[in-house]
Design a protein. Structure first.
Lengths: 422, 422
């Protein structure tokens, strides 16, 4: 049987996991695909070196990989949107399948890459880009392709989930929890992509493109991170039976797409409330199957590598030249404006404790057509926290009310603004 | 583009769902596969008739389907192990792909059917046979094929899950809940396969064959159902923080397989404890990805039909003649005896309230090497319930102790015996 030749770009956390799994599971892969697998070359970037890697495999020149006719599949794990993009395009044009975990590249240049794969009759697979070891891309693109998924809703970033879990359990504030997460290796030295929601947004762009059959780019995904979530608001939510999670939410509204990432309160009884630490979980909703949930580790060397290997097996088992359906974006849906989305909000504002302040606040809500479900006043003396749970309202109305509230003389400091999902 | 011709066997609950989805999602299927899909023939069994079905499609002769060269995929939804087996074998031999939801047939004759598919270079797909709309077969056979799954653990029967949820919530006994479930359509008129665990056992046979790469037949799966679960034991469990679920449990122990179905107590905090009603959920464990959980509706017309359509798309997208890997049972693992499995037990026995009875009971446990974690005495007067939570022990030891206990003069009536999982 002809071997499957593999070229690996990058030998960091995930790359070394791939190397390890390829070796440990060589027999299973060979039995599953009918062909033995061979890691032929590993591209190491300048400044990196991997002492545990056979020096005969190492190259610093991409030509050694793209020019090797025995290499069928190129696994890109160097990340970023520069060299990685160039390497992926060249590999696809050379007729090689590409497997990647690069969510930012997919989120920003997915259309170009998928079209290039399509034109060259090869596969581009990216299971590891979305929810680590959880095979949500395969499920969406193969099992549920005709199921009209209407909603994707879940926890798709392990770092922020770990941090919010820690804030909830310990009552510590954002900065302290971040420092601790960095110390333990759950957050990177530069945590920007995670804490701003950009990482989650790229994943939501990829998943919603496939689920809705219409291109969603990273730039189309409005994202708020967890940087403004305070221990005070988490504690208030807890008293209301709510838990704070960073959610990715993609919805079809009247055939139009709204894809966002934001911190949200969910009831403690919600299945996502129990997803803690570095785990991810995603609900898919459809008229065809009501709801399906997939849960698993969101990152990590071996889980991510396991998703990469699954993709390698998948491309090898799907014959070259057969219908490749790399890009399932055969529809061209509009986007649904976030202003028009109907949402529930939790709002905490700090007010000077003067007579009539609550009446003035309530009047603003009334004039903007935002109804109050419950209000709790916390503290007293010079200033008090007013904590509102609001009824669902168009977001434009809520934000208009918020702007007017913040302009009131009595309102002080930063408000706490968190959506409430059910 | 060449059409995909479909022949459908059976037009009952799932069959009519398939007809509906094929029509409603014709465009999506065509765009996903590159080929339009055409339902060419529906085999109705004697005694059935479907007024909403185009009479031109209906046939009562399987020859009209197997002999039609335009039919590429035969969907078998008549169930049972008689005609269904014959039809599947003939369709496969005629070079047609087969998609089915027939778990009993797969569980009993899977090897024969998969070998026949293999020999004829066609696919046999059975996603709908296992956990309804949840694509666990695809995930196991494609995404996780090289991930060395060690454990499958979950709720795989919706009827019994609904019944146990109802018993827990209402305190009602088995017979009353069964009658109510039948009235509401959650349990069939003949509920035997569900309540005895046979339905769950067939699903566990199918899933563990794929996960462990070694054939597991229905006959290899010891199954206890929920017929002996009492409201009294559920209430005792509840006081101990435990919830009763019918679990399918497949484990690799030293490379050998132990696959079973039994009612078990799990902690209320366990993610499976919150899975109620007709939902199913399955945990997969592996060193490669720690654990993954898939959750969704376990049955129902449209969810099951959605899984069937996913399989149709999958076979069409996998080129004929490419490596078909229908049977992934390329290993030949032994079975691990249940007697040697180490389990924890909940045990309730009714004893005459005489002096020294607890000492005699405790002596039996001690002599058999089964240690008591906690004991609660409930009731008094003539007789009392002794409720034990035991430490993990070899099952052979526990059952030896149980036999001796039941032989004691003081022990009366039926004991409550339920495993405890964590």
């Amino acid at each position: 049987m002809e071997k499957i030749g593999i070229g690996l770009l990058g030998y960091g956390t995930v790359g070394s996991g791939v190397g390890k799994l390829l070796k440990a599971n060589a027999e299973d892969i060979s039995l599953a695909t009918g062909r033995p697998v061979e890691l032929r070359r590993v591209l190491e970037l300048p400044g990196f070196s991997s002492p545990d890697l056979d020096p005969a495999l190492v190259t610093h020149d991409f030509e050694d990989i793209v020019g090797d006719p025995e290499i069928d599949v190129v696994i890109e794990l160097i990340g970023g949107t520069g060299a990685a993009r160039d390497f992926q395009l060249r590999a696809l044009r050379a007729g090689k399948h590409v497997v990647t975990a690069n969510k930012q590249l997919l989120g920003q240049h997915g259309a170009e890459l998928l079209e290039t794969a399509e034109q060259n009759g090869v596969h581009l697979r990216f299971e590891a880009s979305s929810v680590g070891a959880v095979p949500i891309i395969k499920v969406l693109r193969e099992s549920l392709v005709a199921a009209e998924v209407k909603t994707i809703f879940g926890i798709v970033n392990g770092t922020t989930n770990y941090m919010l879990s820690a804030m909830t359990e310990t009552g510590a504030d954002y900065a302290d929890v971040l420092a601790e997460a960095q110390r333990l290796g759950y957050a990177e030295t530069d945590p920007t992509d995670d804490v701003t929601g950009k990482d989650a947004a790229a994943k939501m762009a990829i998943m919603s493109s496939i689920a809705f059959h219409s291109r969603v780019n990273l730039a189309d995904v409005a994202h708020e991170g967890i940087t403004k979530v305070t221990a005070v608001d988490i504690a208030h939510g807890r008293r209301l039976g709510l838990v704070c999670k960073l959610l990715g939410v993609a919805r079809l509204v009247d055939g139009a797409m709204n894809v966002r990432v934001y911190p949200a309160f969910i009831p403690v009884s919600h299945p996502l409330a129990g997803v803690s630490g570095a785990y991810n979980a995603v609900f898919l909703e459809s008229a065809a199957f009501d709801k399906i949930m997939l849960y698993g580790p969101g990152a990590g060397s071996v889980p991510t590598a396991s998703a990469v290997i699954g993709d390698v097996i998948s491309v090898v088992n799907t014959a070259k030249g057969s219908f490749t359906h790399n890009c399932l974006c055969y529809k061209d849906r509009p986007f649904y404006p976030s202003d028009d989305v109907v949402s529930r909000f939790f709002l905490r504002i700090r007010v000077a404790d003067r007579p009539g302040v609550l009446a003035r606040v309530a009047a603003v809500f009334g004039e903007e057509g935002v109804n109050i479900q419950s209000m709790v006043q916390d503290g007293g003396g010079d200033a008090a926290d007013l904590v509102f749970l609001l009824h669902p309202a168009r977001e434009a109305r809520f934000f208009a009310a918020l702007e007017r509230l913040l302009a009131l003389d009595e309102v002080q400091g930063e408000p706490g603004v968190i959506r409430v999902e059910e």
